[in-house]
Ligand binder design. Sequence first.
Ligand SMILES: *Cc1c(COP(=O)(O)O)cnc(C)c1O
Length: 352
Amino acid sequence: MAAIDLRSDTITHPTDEMRRAMAAAEVGDDVFGEDPTINALQERAAEMLGQEAGLLTASGTMSNLIAALTWCSRGDEMVMGQEAHMFWNESGGPTALSGAQVRLVPNDANGKISAADVQAAVRDATNIHVPATTLVCLENTHNRCSGGVMTPQDTREVVDVAHAAGAAVHLDGARIFNAAVALEVPAAELTRDVDDVSFCLSKALSCPVGSVLCGSQDFITRARKWRKMVGGGMRQAGVLAAAGVVALDTMVERLADDHANARRLAAGLANIDGLTVDPDSIHTNIVIFEVDREKVGDARQVIAALREDGVLVSHSREQSLRMVTHRHVTSDDVEEALSRVNATIRRLAASA
Ligand SMILES: *Cc1c(COP(=O)(O)O)cnc(C)c1O
């Protein structure tokens, strides 16, 4: 019985077409700006996101770090949602390495932060007693908020408030193409108003590694120097970028399949006694659901029991578990996973 792996879309392997493109990639020394395949990827990514230029980095974490370093200096302040990946899951890098502090504002259940909350959080630039707000960070889709989506309108409202306060807006768009596909809008609609945006090639887009940071020419020139400082100058990385070009050509539209599978998964989980999820709140490929401790048991024990029964899931927080759909999970796998989960939960409930 093969395990069905729903821990993350990061487990996806490169496609055959990617492997062929990688083997054949034309390369050069990218620290000299001479890798044609990297240049092609960066240009294509920037164009798709309505920005002037792009910069290949090792990971989403590195892109977010470079954005923080580019916009923030020691003693500045960056505003972000209290559930932000940059706050929870990046080892403290954005604040530790930039020397700026973080100011948290609420995320709603879909991960949206409101313009009103950002307005209340930004500082008075004329007051010498307070830090300067130089950056506001958005996240779309929202990892810890069930893959929730911010619309172009939501985004613009926050951007307007930030700009009026003299702050730039960084969009952590690790899964921005999931948001675009879910909203049925071109990705640029979600990204052209922000000052920079990062996205991951290595998640549902199925590349082995990489992220692209996009912004104005001036921003990317400054970001390139920070990338160098954090050790991210890569030489013949066109071998990696080649997979990225294939991903942007072939992996974006199919994300709709992952979203349909995630909704099926959520609908099935909602029917299992002891689990709680609102299927209507699932718009992309992340399903976060609650396990009733009294009826079923501790979330960590549930993860271990599911693993024994051939379903791999991850822990979100407290009694919440997370499933992520991706290219290696078919609709048949979803049905099979639901039947395995149902059996596991019944067994645990019987002995609880
Ligand atoms: C995965 C993720 C990142 C980090 O990307 P890595 O490539 O794993 O470093 C950043 N932000 C969000 C929202 C993510 O989901």
